[in-house]
Design a protein around this ligand. Structure first.
Ligand code: VTB
Ligand code: MG
Ligand code: MG
Length: 326
């Protein structure tokens, strides 16, 4: 109150260092499982570390995107309360290991991610597919998920002042995206196909040096909410539409309070508050940051990416050395 600082006095990003530490601890816990062919233990280790660290934070947190419903997930289940119970009321979306399969195979871009926002402000997305379209700050307001990818590419290229031949579109390499890849080739733009991890791919659109202009395609809805929070903090744009694959999934949307499962969600409908925060720590090396490294004297080196709305910096890359207590 009463400050003239350029940094807004939001609640959520005042806990930034705590949430950064949560992501770091989860990544360190998952590290021993890199390339060991065992994705369940990797996920369990990341989840447990994340929950333990979350519970030390002075907040009344509630999981809105987690590891599943209470009866299928022992930890970080939807509606689980986290934190000491004092402090701000927040919604928390987590993916302790985004990319358990590629982590277990020793492949790139496995990260630990979390998004936090004021209580009641994050979309409770069911665990199913979501159609996604994401861009960085310069193309904000120039996307429309209901239009074709071709129309979106033309609009984004114009907003960026780029020729279509210089536009790069990131798409997960799946047969379900063949029609999208075809449209990119037809207008003479570039694809950058990726095997897995569309949270990273969505964020990449907001980082100039990476040269990615658009992320498009169908991936996990929980990952969509997490990526949307990051893009809100980064000043980018995101639209999503749930893609239930059968009647049972369609009914699940309605049960979760989404009256029209075909609804188009704009960024401000997915993340309704401006007081939000996102943190990611690399587990394996990736596009946004490097993975966890074991150093001499038992030190562990981590690389993280944090961004928060109301923080004067757009984002920070944090390199940290940790001593292990056990
Ligand atoms: C999506 C995407 C994730 O897995 O959930 C994807 O959002 C699953 O796609 O980032 P498939 O069903 O085609 O494998 C990730 O890529 C990794 O968790
Ligand atoms: Mg996961
Ligand atoms: Mg995931």
């Amino acid at each position: 109150m009463g400050t003239s600082s350029v940094v807004k006095e939001g609640y959520v990003h005042s806990l930034a260092m705590d949430f950064l530490s949560v992501a770091q601890q989860a990544a360190i816990a998952a590290y021993p499982w890199i390339g060991k062919g065992n994705k369940n233990d990797a996920d369990h280790a990341g989840t447990e570390a994340m929950r333990n660290r979350m519970n030390l934070i002075k907040m009344s947190g509630r999981v809105v995107i987690g590891e599943g419903e209470m009866d299928e997930a022992p930890m970080l289940y939807i509606n689980e309360e986290l934190g000491t119970g004092e402090g701000p009321l927040v919604d928390i979306a987590v993916d302790p290991v985004e990319g358990t399969t590629f982590l277990s195979k020793g492949q790139e871009n496995s990260i630990t991610v979390l998004a936090v926002s004021e209580r009641g402000s994050l979309l409770h997305a069911p665990d199913m597919y979501m159609k996604k379209l994401a861009v960085g700050p310069k193309a904000k307001g120039h996307i429309n998920i209901q239009a074709s990818l071709t129309e979106n590419m033309i609009s984004v290229a114009k907003a960026l002042g780029k020729d279509l031949s210089e536009l790069t579109v990131m798409i997960q390499d799946r047969p379900r995206h063949d029609h999208l890849i075809k449209q990119v080739f037809e207008v003479g733009a570039r694809v950058r196909l990726f095997p897995d991890g569309d949270v990273t791919a969505a964020i990449a659109t907001a980082i100039d040096e990476l040269g990615i202009d658009i992320l498009v395609g169908t991936g996990g809805a929980p990952e969509g909410v997490i990526a949307a929070t990051a893009l809100k903090c980064l000043g980018g744009d995101f639209q999503g539409q749930l893609a239930p694959q059968n009647q049972e999934e369609f009914n699940r949307c309605i049960k979760m309070g989404i009256q029209n499962p075909e609804q188009i969600f704009t960024l401000d409908e997915i993340v309704k508050s401006d007081d939000c925060f996102f943190a990611a720590t690399g587990i394996t090396d990736g596009m946004l940051m490097r993975g966890v490294k074991k150093k001499e004297n038992g030190l562990m080196l981590t690389h993280s990416f944090i961004t928060g709305k109301g923080v004067s910096e757009r984002y920070q890359l944090v390199e940290a050395y940790h001593s292990l207590w056990k």
